[in-house]
Design a protein around this ligand. Structure first.
Ligand code: ZN
Length: 215
Protein backbone atom coordinates (compact mmCIF):
# COMPACT_ATOMS: atom_id res chain seq x y z
CA UNK A 1 0.00 0.00 0.00
CA UNK A 2 1.30 3.48 -0.85
CA UNK A 3 1.87 6.03 1.88
CA UNK A 4 0.91 9.68 1.52
CA UNK A 5 2.19 12.05 4.18
CA UNK A 6 0.09 15.19 4.58
CA UNK A 7 1.71 18.18 6.25
CA UNK A 8 -0.78 20.57 7.79
CA UNK A 9 -4.32 19.46 8.60
CA UNK A 10 -5.82 22.88 7.95
CA UNK A 11 -7.62 24.67 5.13
CA UNK A 12 -5.84 22.60 2.45
CA UNK A 13 -4.95 19.43 4.33
CA UNK A 14 -8.55 18.75 5.38
CA UNK A 15 -10.10 18.72 1.88
CA UNK A 16 -7.03 16.96 0.44
CA UNK A 17 -7.17 14.17 3.03
CA UNK A 18 -10.93 13.81 2.62
CA UNK A 19 -10.62 13.59 -1.19
CA UNK A 20 -7.88 10.97 -0.90
CA UNK A 21 -9.95 8.96 1.54
CA UNK A 22 -12.89 9.06 -0.83
CA UNK A 23 -10.86 8.27 -3.93
CA UNK A 24 -11.47 4.57 -3.45
CA UNK A 25 -7.77 3.74 -3.67
CA UNK A 26 -6.23 1.81 -0.77
CA UNK A 27 -3.79 4.29 0.76
CA UNK A 28 -1.98 4.78 4.03
CA UNK A 29 -2.62 8.39 5.00
CA UNK A 30 -0.41 9.96 7.66
CA UNK A 31 -1.52 13.37 8.95
CA UNK A 32 1.06 15.68 10.50
CA UNK A 33 0.08 18.77 12.49
CA UNK A 34 1.25 20.08 15.87
CA UNK A 35 -1.76 22.34 16.42
CA UNK A 36 -5.11 21.99 18.13
CA UNK A 37 -8.51 22.83 16.65
CA UNK A 38 -9.51 26.43 17.29
CA UNK A 39 -12.99 27.87 16.93
CA UNK A 40 -11.75 30.20 14.16
CA UNK A 41 -10.73 27.14 12.08
CA UNK A 42 -14.22 25.72 11.76
CA UNK A 43 -15.36 27.75 8.73
CA UNK A 44 -12.78 26.39 6.30
CA UNK A 45 -11.35 23.31 7.98
CA UNK A 46 -14.13 20.99 7.04
CA UNK A 47 -13.19 17.96 9.13
CA UNK A 48 -13.70 19.74 12.43
CA UNK A 49 -16.79 20.65 14.43
CA UNK A 50 -17.47 22.56 17.61
CA UNK A 51 -16.96 19.42 19.72
CA UNK A 52 -13.37 19.07 18.44
CA UNK A 53 -12.16 22.48 19.68
CA UNK A 54 -9.06 22.07 21.82
CA UNK A 55 -8.13 18.63 20.48
CA UNK A 56 -5.11 17.94 18.24
CA UNK A 57 -6.10 18.46 14.59
CA UNK A 58 -4.13 15.46 13.35
CA UNK A 59 -5.81 13.11 15.83
CA UNK A 60 -9.34 14.37 15.18
CA UNK A 61 -8.91 14.16 11.40
CA UNK A 62 -7.20 10.76 11.57
CA UNK A 63 -10.04 9.36 13.65
CA UNK A 64 -12.63 10.57 11.13
CA UNK A 65 -10.72 9.29 8.11
CA UNK A 66 -9.16 6.09 9.42
CA UNK A 67 -5.73 7.65 8.97
CA UNK A 68 -2.63 7.86 11.19
CA UNK A 69 -1.81 10.95 13.24
CA UNK A 70 1.52 12.55 14.10
CA UNK A 71 1.00 15.45 16.48
CA UNK A 72 4.26 17.22 15.80
CA UNK A 73 5.89 19.84 13.61
CA UNK A 74 7.71 18.98 10.39
CA UNK A 75 11.18 20.36 11.09
CA UNK A 76 14.79 19.31 10.51
CA UNK A 77 14.77 17.05 13.57
CA UNK A 78 11.56 15.19 12.62
CA UNK A 79 11.77 15.17 8.80
CA UNK A 80 13.78 11.97 8.37
CA UNK A 81 11.51 9.95 10.60
CA UNK A 82 8.31 11.31 9.06
CA UNK A 83 9.48 10.76 5.49
CA UNK A 84 10.58 7.16 5.99
CA UNK A 85 8.45 4.97 3.71
CA UNK A 86 6.65 7.98 2.25
CA UNK A 87 5.65 7.67 -1.42
CA UNK A 88 4.23 11.17 -1.88
CA UNK A 89 4.54 14.23 0.35
CA UNK A 90 1.58 16.62 0.34
CA UNK A 91 2.41 20.01 1.80
CA UNK A 92 -0.49 22.22 2.80
CA UNK A 93 1.26 24.11 5.60
CA UNK A 94 0.91 27.87 5.80
CA UNK A 95 4.36 29.09 6.69
CA UNK A 96 7.19 29.65 4.27
CA UNK A 97 9.93 28.03 6.33
CA UNK A 98 8.07 24.71 6.49
CA UNK A 99 7.18 24.85 2.77
CA UNK A 100 10.79 25.22 1.75
CA UNK A 101 11.92 22.62 4.26
CA UNK A 102 9.34 20.20 2.83
CA UNK A 103 10.65 20.91 -0.67
CA UNK A 104 14.28 20.44 0.32
CA UNK A 105 13.80 17.28 2.36
CA UNK A 106 11.57 15.64 -0.27
CA UNK A 107 13.86 16.51 -3.19
CA UNK A 108 16.98 15.24 -1.41
CA UNK A 109 15.22 11.93 -0.71
CA UNK A 110 13.70 11.81 -4.22
CA UNK A 111 10.20 11.72 -2.81
CA UNK A 112 7.60 13.36 -5.09
CA UNK A 113 6.11 16.49 -3.56
CA UNK A 114 2.75 18.16 -4.09
CA UNK A 115 2.97 21.72 -2.81
CA UNK A 116 -0.22 23.67 -2.27
CA UNK A 117 -0.88 27.14 -0.90
CA UNK A 118 -3.83 29.50 -0.58
CA UNK A 119 -3.78 33.10 0.54
CA UNK A 120 -6.50 35.70 0.18
CA UNK A 121 -7.98 35.18 -3.28
CA UNK A 122 -5.13 33.22 -4.80
CA UNK A 123 -4.09 29.61 -4.66
CA UNK A 124 -1.25 27.65 -6.15
CA UNK A 125 -0.13 24.07 -6.67
CA UNK A 126 3.13 22.56 -7.88
CA UNK A 127 4.00 18.89 -8.34
CA UNK A 128 7.74 18.28 -7.98
CA UNK A 129 9.31 15.09 -9.32
CA UNK A 130 12.84 15.27 -7.88
CA UNK A 131 15.53 15.19 -10.54
CA UNK A 132 12.93 15.44 -13.28
CA UNK A 133 11.00 18.67 -12.82
CA UNK A 134 11.51 22.09 -11.26
CA UNK A 135 11.38 22.26 -7.47
CA UNK A 136 10.04 25.15 -5.40
CA UNK A 137 13.51 26.62 -5.04
CA UNK A 138 14.16 26.65 -8.82
CA UNK A 139 11.53 29.38 -8.95
CA UNK A 140 11.26 31.07 -5.56
CA UNK A 141 14.83 30.54 -4.34
CA UNK A 142 13.82 30.87 -0.68
CA UNK A 143 11.34 32.18 1.83
CA UNK A 144 10.54 35.91 1.72
CA UNK A 145 11.92 38.08 4.50
CA UNK A 146 9.84 37.82 7.67
CA UNK A 147 6.94 40.28 7.43
CA UNK A 148 7.39 40.91 3.69
CA UNK A 149 4.20 39.05 2.89
CA UNK A 150 1.07 38.65 4.99
CA UNK A 151 0.44 35.26 6.55
CA UNK A 152 -2.83 33.36 6.16
CA UNK A 153 -3.85 34.50 9.61
CA UNK A 154 -3.30 38.13 8.63
CA UNK A 155 -4.64 38.12 5.07
CA UNK A 156 -7.41 35.58 5.54
CA UNK A 157 -8.22 32.97 2.98
CA UNK A 158 -11.31 32.15 0.97
CA UNK A 159 -12.93 28.90 2.13
CA UNK A 160 -14.12 27.67 -1.30
CA UNK A 161 -10.67 28.33 -2.74
CA UNK A 162 -9.17 26.07 -0.05
CA UNK A 163 -11.57 23.33 -1.07
CA UNK A 164 -10.60 23.66 -4.72
CA UNK A 165 -6.84 23.71 -4.10
CA UNK A 166 -7.05 20.88 -1.54
CA UNK A 167 -9.01 18.68 -3.94
CA UNK A 168 -6.52 19.47 -6.71
CA UNK A 169 -3.68 18.45 -4.37
CA UNK A 170 -5.34 15.08 -3.80
CA UNK A 171 -5.78 14.63 -7.53
CA UNK A 172 -2.12 15.55 -8.10
CA UNK A 173 -0.96 12.99 -5.51
CA UNK A 174 -3.01 10.25 -7.16
CA UNK A 175 -1.57 11.29 -10.54
CA UNK A 176 1.94 10.86 -9.13
CA UNK A 177 1.08 7.36 -7.90
CA UNK A 178 -0.35 6.37 -11.27
CA UNK A 179 2.64 7.78 -13.17
CA UNK A 180 0.60 10.55 -14.77
CA UNK A 181 1.85 13.54 -12.80
CA UNK A 182 1.83 16.93 -14.48
CA UNK A 183 5.03 18.21 -12.94
CA UNK A 184 6.89 21.42 -13.69
CA UNK A 185 3.77 23.54 -14.06
CA UNK A 186 2.79 25.96 -11.32
CA UNK A 187 -1.02 26.04 -11.26
CA UNK A 188 -2.32 29.38 -10.01
CA UNK A 189 -5.92 30.19 -9.18
CA UNK A 190 -7.32 33.69 -8.96
CA UNK A 191 -10.70 33.38 -7.26
CA UNK A 192 -11.53 37.05 -7.88
CA UNK A 193 -11.36 36.58 -11.62
CA UNK A 194 -12.45 32.95 -11.57
CA UNK A 195 -9.39 32.16 -13.64
CA UNK A 196 -6.61 29.63 -13.51
CA UNK A 197 -3.24 30.68 -14.90
CA UNK A 198 -0.70 27.89 -15.25
CA UNK A 199 2.96 28.83 -15.39
CA UNK A 200 5.54 26.44 -16.83
CA UNK A 201 8.64 26.26 -14.64
CA UNK A 202 12.06 25.26 -15.86
CA UNK A 203 14.57 23.51 -13.68
CA UNK A 204 17.31 25.86 -12.60
CA UNK A 205 20.63 24.13 -13.38
CA UNK A 206 22.11 26.07 -10.46
CA UNK A 207 19.28 25.33 -8.01
CA UNK A 208 20.69 25.02 -4.50
CA UNK A 209 18.54 21.95 -3.79
CA UNK A 210 17.76 19.97 -6.93
CA UNK A 211 20.67 20.74 -9.25
CA UNK A 212 22.64 17.65 -8.24
CA UNK A 213 19.67 15.30 -7.86
CA UNK A 214 19.33 12.61 -10.50
CA UNK A 215 15.92 11.23 -11.37
ZN1 ZN B 1 15.23 23.16 -7.79
Amino acid sequence: MKTILILGVGGLGCPAALALKEAGVPLRLVLVDPDRVERSNLARQILFSEADVGQPKAEVAARKLGAEARVLRFEPSTAADLLRGCDVLLDGTDDFATRFLANDEAVRRRIPLVHGAALGWTGQLLTVLPGRSACLRCFFEGPPAPGALPTCAEAGVLAPLCGAVGAAMAEAALAVLSGKAKAGVLRRWDARRGAERPLALRRDPLCAVCAGVAS
